[in-house]
Design a protein around this ligand. Structure first.
Ligand SMILES: *[C@@H]1O[C@H](CO)[C@@H](O)[C@H](O)[C@H]1NC(C)=O
Ligand SMILES: *[C@@H]1O[C@H](CO)[C@@H](O)[C@H](O)[C@H]1NC(C)=O
Ligand SMILES: *[C@@H]1O[C@H](CO)[C@@H](O)[C@H](O)[C@H]1NC(C)=O
Length: 410
């Protein structure tokens, strides 16, 4: 066996023994709130860093899960390897123990399927080289706070090592995420792997029959065929005329979180929009949303996206952990022999019609007359925003959804 799993159990994020169980109205502790807020800043800086790479098309990651993986680095790191984590999270003043309990509390709160009505499976694993000895303390506390399990991997047979990573991810996500990576370049360090499956459950569902085939314009000259789902309803909406953008916020069940779409009027590369993306601008847009009758059409597709964030996190300030000659991760192994060689962050997200029953009483009333159109048939940015903690559960962009290329229509 190339892989020996110390804890083969695949856990739902919410089964974490970490924080106290969340109740609907419980406020986050102060340090968890600070971290929630800061993870929203991390969301935007990391998004922009990923988007710099011209080869990247679709983007999808969970800032709160990235934050908790950074927490794991702090747990295993010493001196500046650990303190850099706090700098990235803007939490230099937060005590170690509060960092760990705060991140755990935040993730437990936002991924609780009972209070949130979401399907969100999160599995985390730290792979170490076959020579590593994980320290008991580290294994215990990383499990407790971050729900990480640990495994050794031998890259002598690289192909089967990569296969075993992908198999683990697939199993952890009920087969929704088939591949985390095709290859592993650096095989001499520890690897963080996040494997997730997320499915939004709308506050009001799309009718499963209101689905048909349409074209999605990846660019002016390239259109793919996919299914789109349609519904009209009252939604928070803002038409930003000066920037030629539509902002639409659609609540998920229990209304504790919502998906915010930001889409240019017309098909264009998202660079112009992405330059505008700051926390301040987001807040401005959120403040201008008004309940409006909107006819919404969204792609009904699944996205499976994997990013190796090692380089990105290095560029955002995690320079020591990722550097073989500098990293001090000796709280993981008891020796200064490890560095963070990869951070595979992979998620499958299923855009589907499922949700709670629609309140049909407003149909046929004045309220829904002359709805605005939100027709998402070209690239857009989206965020899954948590209303209570203000954290960002996911951020991404749909640029090239899965689908057959359509014949050019002339
Ligand atoms: C790292 O380990 C040392 C002792 O081995 C311990 O005192 C320290 O608290 C640990 N650091 C963290 C961040 O857990
Ligand atoms: C969400 O709530 C609906 C009913 O309100 C239920 O049918 C569905 O299973 C719930 N989903 C999750 C993931 O809890
Ligand atoms: C790692 O740190 C060393 C020493 O500061 C530096 O020379 C080297 O460029 C760094 N490596 C990377 C990949 O950044």
């Amino acid at each position: 066996m190339w892989v020996t799993s110390l804890a083969a159990l695949v856990l739902l994020a919410t089964s974490s023994s970490a924080a106290t169980s969340s109740s609907a109205d419980k406020a986050l502790s102060t340090h968890a709130s600070i971290l929630a807020d800061n993870s929203a800043s991390l969301a935007l800086s990391l998004y922009k860093n990923i988007a710099k790479d011209k080869n990247v098309e679709n983007i999808l990651f969970s800032p709160v899960v990235v934050a908790s993986s950074l927490g794991l680095v702090a747990l295993g790191g010493k001196s500046s390897t650990a303190s850099q984590v706090k700098n990235i999270l803007n939490a230099a003043k937060v005590k170690d123990e509060q960092l760990h309990t705060g991140l755990a509390e935040l993730l437990t709160e936002v991924s609780d399927p009972k209070t949130r009505n979401v399907t969100w499976r999160i599995s985390n694993r730290l792979y170490g080289p076959s020579s590593v000895n994980f320290m008991d303390d580290f294994v215990k506390s990383s499990k407790k706070h971050y729900n990480f399990d640990h495994s050794k991997i031998n890259f002598r047979d690289k192909k089967s090592a990569v296969n075993s990573i992908n198999e683990w991810a697939s199993k952890s996500t009920d087969g929704k995420l088939l591949e985390v990576t095709k290859d592993v370049e650096r095989t001499d360090g520890v690897m963080i792997i996040n494997a997730m499956f997320f499915k939004p459950h709308w506050d009001e569902q799309f009718h499963h029959k209101m689905v048909d085939n349409r074209g999605f314009m990846v660019s002016h000259s390239y259109t793919v065929s996919l299914q789109m789902m349609h519904r009209t309803g009252l939604f928070d909406f803002y038409d930003d005329k000066s920037n030629m953008l539509y902002i639409l916020s659609m609540p998920l069940a229990h209304k504790k979180s919502s998906v915010v779409f930001i889409m240019p009027y017309q098909v264009e590369t998202l660079e112009r929009l992405e330059k505008m993306l700051t926390k301040k601008q987001l807040d401005t847009w959120m403040g201008k949303l008004q309940q409006t009758a909107v006819a919404v059409s969204l792609p009904k597709v699944s996205m499976e996206i994997s990013h190796n964030l090692q380089k990105n996190l290095g560029e955002l300030g995690l320079t020591e952990a990722v550097n073989k000659s500098k990293a001090d991760l000796s709280n993981i192994s008891g020796k200064k022999d490890l560095y963070l060689s990869d951070v595979f962050h992979a998620s499958a997200m299923e855009w589907d019609t499922d949700g709670n029953e629609i309140d049909t009483s407003i149909f046929g009333t004045e309220k829904l007359k002359t709805p605005r159109l939100f027709y998402a048939d070209h690239p857009f940015v989206f965020l899954v925003k948590d209303q209570e903690t203000k954290s960002i559960l996911f951020i991404g962009r749909m640029v090239r959804p899965k689908g057959e290329k359509m014949r050019d229509e002339l």
